[in-house]
Design a protein around this ligand. Sequence first.
Ligand code: ATP
Ligand code: MG
Length: 401
Amino acid sequence: MKYDHILIRFGEMSTKGKNRKRFVYRLKRNIEKKLRDFKKIEIEQTRDRLYIRLNGESHENIIEQLKHVFGIQSFSLAMRTENDLEKIKETALAAIKELPYEGKTFKVTAKRAYKQFPVGSNELNYEIGSYILRNTENLTVNVHEPDIDLRVEVRQGGTDITCKDIPGAGGLPVGTSGKAMLMLSGGIDSPVAGYLAMKRGLEIEAVHFFSPPFTSERAKQKVIDLVKKLTEYSGKIKLHIVPFTEIQQTIQKQVPDGYSLISTRRMMLRITDALRQKHNALAIVTGESLGQVASQTLESMATINDVTTTPILRPLVAMDKTEIIEIAKKIDTFDISVRPYEDCCTIFTPSAPKTRPKKEKAAHYESFVDFESFIHEAVNKTETLIIDQNYKNIEEFEELF
Ligand code: ATP
Ligand code: MG
């Protein structure tokens, strides 16, 4: 007998009453998408669990993929059997024998969730434990610190036997909280903000401001690679690349040096908001945190934010840089973010931006230019790429021709 199932626990969302059906449905679909390449598997749904029936697919790769699916609290390799004491004992023994068990200690933790089953939890522990002892050698019981904790759960539809919980990614299934636009630079912070937004169940579309020839194709590639990393958690992501050179040059000419950075941010936000409306999203996500740089004082945030009433989500607002870097390393975006290609802001950054900009002043300096039509044009000229795991990068394209 082999471990023929993976049991998936959802945790948090099982408490979400009315929404639960939708959550589970979405989680199931997200798992199906993630495991599309494993043709033989089947996914079964019960009231508060999902089961992947392996049908001969090897579990190692599937386990790696599942670690990237939000909404999974934990999962385990499992054997399933009918609610029949003899069958449960045999399956429990088989489950232990599938492990390198010689010389180890174990305990049985039985749980009778299905109360109609005639044997209680304590009795199950005893029956199964002694059956295992009788049929193995070199295995002893240790109830306090066992090497193997064999869990037996009798549920309405059958009994699950597992021996190890693998932590899932947590959070909520991507898509269950609606859609937001992620303002994605090539920096360290915004990819992390995107990851955290998705973890709370948001679907994201990314928006990147690009200022050729001041920013190179390499800088664009960097953003594509970052989005590609994020797709590991979500499947396809749309990346909107906004041509921003003209607007930046106009700001450079029209707005006094101390306010050019703030105006740049305000224009970015207005464009992102227009794209948000066009693509039916409800919020905007940024990688801002408080106090990091000149544009991230509370006064700056207020002045930037003044151009829209759309909710702006800032998942990193209270985090230290070291905490952000830790996540960036965990999700493998850090090495991409630190590649040296400049983004549009670094190039146009004034030497002494105001740290306490006033919104009236910003609006006044901007009032001499018809930015509305610039914004309209930028939105119309935005290029949209659909990025997934197989998206070819520029070098690969060059090799093709
Ligand atoms: P990051 O590490 O994400 O670049 P940062 O610490 O450099 O952030 P800022 O330069 O103040 O901070 O940018 C704040 C936020 O503005 C970014 O996190 C991102 O959400 C957005 N942003 C900045 N530049 C761009 C860009 N070129 N395209 C899209 N969004 C941008
Ligand atoms: Mg940056």
